[in-house]
Design a protein around this ligand. Sequence first.
Ligand code: 3SL
Length: 244
Amino acid sequence: MKLFVYHTPELTPLEKLPDCAVVIDVLRATTTIAAALDAGAEAVQAFSDIDLLLKTSEAWLPKKRLRAGERGGEKVEGCDLGNSPLNFTTEVVTGKRLFMTTTNGTRALERVAQSPTVITAAQVNCQAAVNYLLETQPKTVWLVGSGWQGSYAIEDTACAGAIALSLIEQAKLSLEEITGNDEVVGAIALYSQWKNNLVEMFRLASHGQRLLKLGCDDDLKYCAENNILDVLPIQKEPGVLVKL
Ligand code: 3SL
């Protein structure tokens, strides 16, 4: 297995695809996707375009759907939910299809949607992603960070590092065996530096600062929790994620 880390959708190659793409948006889209599927949502259907989301979701019975929209960290007017994972509870989401659009995470999903396998990961469920990779042994794995509007987001790269480090430790592989690009080594170093204090790193991060200004410190704390969810979101058709 060779790992490649790409910090943003824009840095992710267009001319080829991996055997397995792991999309990461720790703050907060892939944390929310994991929370929603763990809480019993039927599926999460991701859109980068809000108008397409509204049009597609119209075909679903209102009692079977929820629209979750975020731009700039805030809930999109007219949607049922924003992007706080704390709001995707069993009472709210059970049995429902979530039609979701976010600033960056859903764009990252779209970028790799044609890959043979697409899964999502965040700190809350990264061991589930590691278990899946160890079981299925894809030859090439891309860990794709969502970033923020084309720029680097430290928390996504740290999560990529957590996944890479766990793979090395659990499969007893060397760094040389698993490393596909320099970004993998950087991601492991970053995670190793902050692994015991992820929430502090999130509070320093530019997107963490943005969320703090919106009063979302509880979200930061939740997103920093390691492996509290044993759920693996996997793409069953382009843009549609279900619980494996
Ligand atoms: O950019 C995204 O996809 C979102 O996760 C951003 S936010 O955390 O909801 O602000």
